[in-house]
Design a protein around this ligand. Structure first.
Ligand SMILES: Nc1ncnc2c1ncn2[C@@H]1O[C@H](COP(=O)(O)OP(=O)(O)OP(=O)(O)O)[C@@H](O)[C@H]1O
Length: 330
């Protein structure tokens, strides 16, 4: 049965750094919770505390209501997948997947069956006899995933599992990871610094900033309604501007519209006049930076350029896309 993981006021410091600052977090059973935040915000420290590789200075780790804070990693019933795969080079694929089962002294026949099931699950049944160094990065990560799930752990911890894969493969592996997590029904906690990955994979996202969980919710909710100015900025609401009657608002570049001469702004939009400061090609279009009359910098994206630095420009913000910042903490 999938377990619920709860962190109860977990605190940890390293010399001169508060890595975890009274973290309260619940990872619900059978769901994938992503820990998302910038480098150094405490994601890995949090995962190490859950895994039992690090004893927190204060607070408790509860796995299915049981206090696991003092338990060593091997008694926590946890499967782990690391960025670096951490496969045994001298063992075959099947040997790697079997490792945890053999450690648990399961009967030979059970080990054989479960290894077969795990390799089927990750699509590597035909690679069982190969060694890790003969596999691609994506295949190695599948072996690591099979090894972690075959012990049927209460919790699956994933520490940046896709970040050593090239961009295209990482995107493809997202789907694999999601499917395996769903099919196994495991409670999973994923550490990532990649927003897109978190939004696509997670049932819930916890955003960390300087050792604190600053927002926790469904991906859509976190993305559409960032709880603080910092979260808004972190999630790409790059533009902050004042709208009369609404106060300061944050807007994503892709929601800032560009009015060509003669264009009318749509109803329910706020119009801003400015000057083009910079135009950059970004493959699928252009990133255009504007300077408003009040001296603010605004960034928009446009499918075509046709604008040169110094040219006057009119922008509009659909009010439905503007996230009000008044009353939100920094
Ligand atoms: N073993 C350690 N000794 C001293 N400081 C540490 C140690 N491990 C982490 N820290 C510090 O604790 C803070 C949190 O680090 P952590 O590795 O948890 O961040 P992270 O969010 O996982 O970052 P990244 O995305 O870069 O891996 C950072 O300021 C880091 O420098």
């Amino acid at each position: 049965m999938a377990a619920v993981v709860r962190l109860d006021r977990v605190r940890h410091t390293f010399p001169g750094v508060v890595a975890l600052d009274d973290v309260e977090l619940t990872a619900p059973p059978g769901r994938l919770t992503a820990l998302l935040g910038p480098s150094g915000c405490g994601k890995t420290t949090l995962l190490r505390v859950v895994a039992g590789h690090l004893r927190p200075a204060a607070g408790r780790v509860l796995i299915d209501g049981r206090d696991a804070t003092a338990l060593p990693p091997e008694r926590r019933d946890i499967g782990m997948v690391f960025q670096s795969y951490a496969l045994f080079p001298h063992l075959t694929v099947a040997g790697n997947v079997a490792f945890g089962l053999r450690m648990r002294r399961l009967p030979r026949e059970t080990v054989r069956r479960r290894v077969g099931e795990a390799l089927d699950l990750v699509g590597l049944a035909d690679q069982a006899g190969r060694r890790p160094q003969e596999l691609s990065g994506g295949q190695r990560q599948r072996v690591a995933l099979a090894r972690a799930v075959t012990i049927r752990p209460a919790v699956l911890l994933l520490d940046e599992p896709l970040s050593s894969l090239d961009a295209r493969l990482a995107v493809q592996m997202r789907g694999e990871l999601r499917r395996v997590q769903r099919e196994t029904g495991l409670t999973a906690i994923l550490v990532t610094h990649d927003q897109e990955e978190a939004l696509e994979l997670a049932d819930e996202i916890a955003i960390l900033d300087r050792g604190r969980v600053v927002q926790h919710g469904a991906p859509q909710e976190v993305f559409r309604a960032p709880a603080t100015r910092w979260v808004a900025g972190f999630l790409g609401y790059e533009n902050v501007l004042d709208i009369p009657g609404k106060g300061p608002v944050a807007v994503r570049p892709e929601h800032l519209g560009l009015l060509r001469p003669g264009d009318e702004a749509p109803g329910d939009a706020h119009v801003v006049d400015g000057t083009v400061a910079d135009v950059r090609f970004r493959g699928t279009g252009y990133t255009i930076t504007f300077r408003t009359a009040e001296g603010r910098s605004l960034v928009a994206v446009s499918p075509d350029d046709g604008l040169a630095p110094g040219a006057p420009a009119r922008l509009y913000v659909p009010l439905s896309r503007a996230v009000g910042l008044e009353g939100r903490s920094t």
